[in-house]
Design a binder for this molecule. Structure first.
Ligand code: NDP
Length: 328
């Protein structure tokens, strides 16, 4: 089967030379192991951090090893009594057509009401990041105004829809008129500001007449500063990501003084460190997706070889919604 390994660490922007496609033999299973054919691979911004050597909250990805990544697929052989051939499963098998798991981090997936791919998006890690940041950090009351950056994406789209269900006024920030249109018309946000139009501060001010009570930050830089400029006293910031800086750009907070003046609280979080919430969160998200009260969009690259290009695109906003790679 084929897999993609990290061939070299990026210096600045990620390039195709950072990856290598290889063919490797299907291993014999040991007792307790499961062989899985991956149907979808998830591409996520955090992978950029893992490609660097710089110490982060997680260890960096080893060179010449399969690129890390979440996957969903089907069991094709099993020597583990908990998994049967044909079971749909989610795991972390990485950028590869197949993989072996000892079952420990493998999750059985019910696809009777929810498409398999959604377990990598709204009913997976991105959905949980949205759920946790909104409920455990921002905790907005009905009627409060919430701002969400990267609003059309895997995480942002769920944040906004959950906040709307909770009765908030929700304002997105996204790149370009097409994404902003989708955020308002399909996802039901109250407004969405196009940061590429060149008037971010003024446009966000116009969209938040009552100020901002909570911010879900995915981007950093100008997006965060524009939202901070609108904060009311005691507003909360859930700092989920700083994608504008993942290629090495500095991410100063120009409006830092407002943290003091408006008595703001800002908390960063890493969703995989809060596993105690996953059962409850995923259950709620699954019910909302099954009822179509949460909708989502996917950008699907075809075949493993397309993964590097799709990943580079993700870091430049070329994806529209959750970025996946379809393997079969
Ligand atoms: P998305 O589906 O939102 O895709 C990334 C989006 O980010 C792009 O589509 C683009 O949207 C936007 N973007 C990319 N580069 C820039 C830039 N330079 N400036 C502004 N916007 C940019 O990805 P996810 O939903 O998977 O992730 C969103 C954020 O959440 C990321 O920062 C990610 O690292 C973080 N995250 C954090 C987790 C945690 O545990 N803390 C867990 C999961 C995700 P546009 O075209 O609108 O600019």
């Amino acid at each position: 089967y084929q897999r993609i390994v990290l061939a070299a660490r990026p210096r600045g922007a990620v390039t195709p030379e950072n990856f290598r496609l290889e063919t490797v033999p299907v291993p014999e299973l040991a007792d307790g192991e499961v062989l899985i054919r991956n149907h979808y691979l998830s591409l996520d911004p955090y992978m950029r951090g893992r490609m660097s050597k710089a110490a982060s909250y997680a260890a960096s990805q080893a060179l010449d090893e399969t690129m890390i990544g979440g996957t969903v697929g089907q069991v094709v052989a099993s020597r583990n009594p908990l998994f049967r051939v044909g079971d749909h499963v989610g795991g972390m098998l990485g950028w590869a057509e197949m993989g072996v798991s000892d079952g420990a981090l493998l999750r059985k997936l019910d696809i009777s009401h929810i498409p398999l791919s959604a377990y990598l998006g709204a009913v997976g890690m991105p959905g949980m990041a949205a759920w946790y940041g909104l409920n455990q950090i921002m905790a907005p009351a009905a009627g409060e105004t919430v701002v969400v950056s990267a609003a059309s994406g895997a995480v942002g789209s769920v944040v906004g829809q959950l906040a709307r269900l909770g009765g908030c006024r929700v304002v997105g920030i996204a790149g370009g008129p097409e994404k902003c249109d989708y955020v308002v018309k399909e996802l039901g946000f109250d407004a969405c500001v196009d940061y590429k139009a060149g008037n971010l501060e003024a446009d966000l001010a116009a969209a938040t007449p009552d100020g901002v009570d909570a911010i879900f930050e995915n981007v950093g830089g100008d997006c965060l500063d524009a939202a901070l400029a609108r904060t009311n006293a005691f507003a909360r910031v859930a700092l989920c990501g700083l994608i504008a800086g993942y290629n090495g750009a500095e991410m100063p907070i120009k409006n830092a003084r407002l943290l003091l003046i408006n008595r703001l609280s800002l908390r960063g979080f890493i969703i995989t460190e809060h596993m105690e919430y996953w059962q409850q969160g995923l259950q709620e998200l699954a019910a909302l997706v099954a009822d179509r009260r949460i909708t989502y969009r996917e950008t699907v690259a075809d075949g493993l070889a397309a993964a590097p290009q799709a990943f580079m695109g993700l870091l430049h906003g070329h994806n529209f919604g959750k970025q996946l790679v379809k393997l079969i």
